[in-house]
Every structure is written in C-alpha cells, then in structure tokens.
Design a binder for this molecule. Structure first.
Ligand SMILES: Nc1ncnc2c1ncn2[C@@H]1O[C@H](COP(=O)(O)OP(=O)(O)OP(=O)(O)O)[C@@H](O)[C@H]1O
Ligand SMILES: [Mg+2]
Length: 334
C-alpha cells in the first residue's frame, strides 16, 4: 500500500527583531515607507504541509510517496526526508527557482512582518497522478499547495478512482467556491480546522449537512479541544493529548493528519485513528519547528497506551512497517 502525499515543501526563515516595529514606523510618512530591521537571530526550518505530513508518516514507520516541488536550494531537505524513509521519487527539482520560502520577522510585542514566495511551488501542477499506477495507491492526501495543482490533483484522483483526503486549509481563500465544492465532492475524507470549516461554509454557501453529505468522513480539528470525526452514522469525539511542554503550535495539524492516515491505512477504527492523530500532533507541539520532533514506533505505541489505556490495536504498526519500498531516483525538470 502506498500513501501519496501532495502539498507544499517550503523553508521558513524565522527572524527576531529585538525592538518594536511601531517605534520605527512614521505614520505621517507612511506613503514613503522604507524600513529595514536589523534582526539578531535567524533560523531556517524545513516546512510546508507536504513535507510536514511526510516527515510524520516516516516517524510512524510508513514510506509515503511525496509528490511535491523544491528549487535549487531543496536538495538537502529532500535528502533528509529520503534518509528518514520517505519515497522522494515523486519530488520535482526545479533548477531555476528557489524552494517556496516564508520570511517572517517578529518583534518584542509579537507583531509580525512576513512574506511568502511561492518559487518552485508554482510548478506543482506539472506533477501528475498519471505518473503512478492507481492500483498501488492506498490513499492520497491533497494538502495546501499551488491552487492550480490542487484542482488538478483532485480531478485526477476522481478520474482514476484514487481515494483521497481533501485538506484545503490555508488555500481556501485562493480557491473559488466551485473549485472547493469539486474537491470536496469527490473526497473520501474532508479535513479542516473549525475556523476553516466556517470559511468553507461561507464560501460555498453549503450548510454542515450539505458538506457532510458530499464526503464519507468529515474531520474537524479544534486545537486543544481535540477533534470530531463524523462518518455517515456516527460522530466520534477525539480528545487531544496534553503536551509535556508547549514549544510551538505550528505543524500540529499536519502531524494530526499523518497519525489519522496511518490509522486509516491499517484499517483501525476511527476512534483509534483519531487518537493517533492527536498524539502525533502533541509530539509536534513539544518542539520548535514543524519537523524537529522525533519518536519511534515503539515510543509512540507506549505513549498511546499511557494516554488512552489500550494500545493493542496499534501492534500492527510494529508488525507491518511501511508500504512500498522501491527506490527511485529523483526527477529533474527538463
Ligand atoms: N494546545 C494543544 N494541546 C494539545 N493538542 C493540541 C493543541 N493544539 C492542537 N492540538 C492537537 O492538534 C490537532 C490539530 O490542531 P488544530 O485544530 O489547531 O489544527 P490546525 O489549526 O490545522 O493547526 P495548524 O496550525 O498546524 O494549521 C487537534 O485536534 C489536537 O489533537
Ligand atoms: Mg492547519
């Protein structure tokens, strides 16, 4: 069984300014604004939804096929994921572009000035499910990416009968109501946070029951309050797992998705798959960055047992690690 992960790969450049932006912005000269802030720390983190989900799936012992794009600066990132066990043969290297990059400076009041450069992500629609045999794909996830690519992937999955999880998240405002409804309509699972669910309802004009009627399963995450998994007949309330320390909430949603997908692929009950999502999310919460946390399958099962009491259903993760293990070389753009 192969899990195909589509979604952005990006670098986050995180800088801190040891002052207050407001002290350097002159409101009466705002029309000729020109400011430069000397920052005293900078971190570069590997991120992007596709990369984050793949990282967490690898920790869970899976070998997902990552279908994503990086630029000339992306080799290191791809190599690290490959070493972790991700099948990176579906990653397109775009030589004359940079990997998508998010630059953010934060001041002492937590105000932020940020820019996002799409770079190689804008070429994501050059990738196609048609390069893979549909029978080998257990499930795919369509995560935030170049909007055109998201539309294309959803159509391809529908046409090729590939079950997919639709995860539009931060790209909701960039999709038209028709594109959103089309992506949702063919999906096995729609997963969003509670705020995004509100945005989808507003944008499409569909009510909760209308949206629920379009998918087999609707998953809504609600931060610390946990999540709900609504299938045709049942609603499962999934608790969150309290973190041992709270370092950084970014990337929790992606980690949750990896836990949920792993549970789904082993055919575990929704209750269990959701709890696996909650636990994976908490590991992400406990480290800075979205791909800095680590755990072993054994450690994960043990902690699941401590949190939820019975981890016997997860024994299958120990017995049957991963899926497709064929090695391929990475693609180069022609
Ligand atoms: N403070 C928290 N404590 C424990 N678990 C949390 C916390 N915040 C999030 N989680 C877990 O992560 C899951 C997803 O969180 P959330 O609903 O915030 O996703 P999101 O908004 O998509 O996150 P992201 O910022 O990554 O996009 C929750 O259902 C929960 O299991
Ligand atoms: Mg999210």
């Amino acid at each position: 069984m192969t899990i195909v992960v589509t979604g952005s790969m990006a670098y986050d450049y995180i800088m801190s300014f040891p002052g207050r932006f407001a002290d350097h912005i002159l409101p009466d000269q705002i029309e000729i604004l020109s400011v430069s802030f000397l920052v005293d720390s900078m971190r570069r983190e590997s991120g992007g939804c596709g990369g984050n989900i793949a990282h967490n799936l690898a920790l869970l012992g899976q070998r997902p096929l990552l279908m994503a794009t990086v630029g000339q600066d992306g080799s290191e990132y791809v190599a690290r994921l490959r070493e972790q066990g991700v099948d990176t043969s579906g990653v397109l290297h775009v030589p004359d572009e940079f990997t998508a990059s998010f630059f953010v400076s934060t001041d002492l009041d937590n105000n932020q000035i940020a820019s996002f450069y799409t770079g190689a992500m804008s070429k994501a629609s050059q990738l196609s499910f048609e390069d893979h045999s549909p029978e080998s794909i257990e499930i795919a996830i369509i995560s935030p990416n170049d909007p055109e690519a998201m539309v294309k992937y959803a159509r391809e999955c529908q046409g090729m009968d590939i079950p997919y999880i639709y995860d539009p998240s931060q790209q909701i405002p960039r999709l038209t109501s028709e594109q959103l409804a089309d992506g949702i309509r063919g999906a096995k699972v729609l997963i969003v946070n509670d705020y995004e669910f509100g945005m989808i309802r507003k944008q499409t004009g569909l009510g909760e029951s209308g949206i629920k009627g379009m998918v087999e399963v609707l998953v809504i995450t609600c931060g610390e309050q946990g999540s709900t998994i609504k299938t045709g007949r049942e609603t499962h309330a999934i608790p969150s797992v309290p973190p041992r320390r709270l370092a950084d909430p970014t990337g929790v949603g992606d980690a949750y998705r990896a836990g949920l997908i792993t549970g789904m692929c082993y055919g575990l009950p929704w209750e269990t798959a959701g709890r696996m999502g909650s636990l994976a999310a908490t590991y992400a919460l406990e480290e800075h960055g979205t791909q800095r946390h680590h755990f072993t399958v054994d450690g994960f099962i043990q902690r699941y047992d401590e949190c939820f009491g019975d981890s016997s259903a997860l024994e299958v993760l120990r017995r049957d690690k991963g899926s497709c293990r064929v090695e391929h070389s990475d693609k180069e753009q022609q």
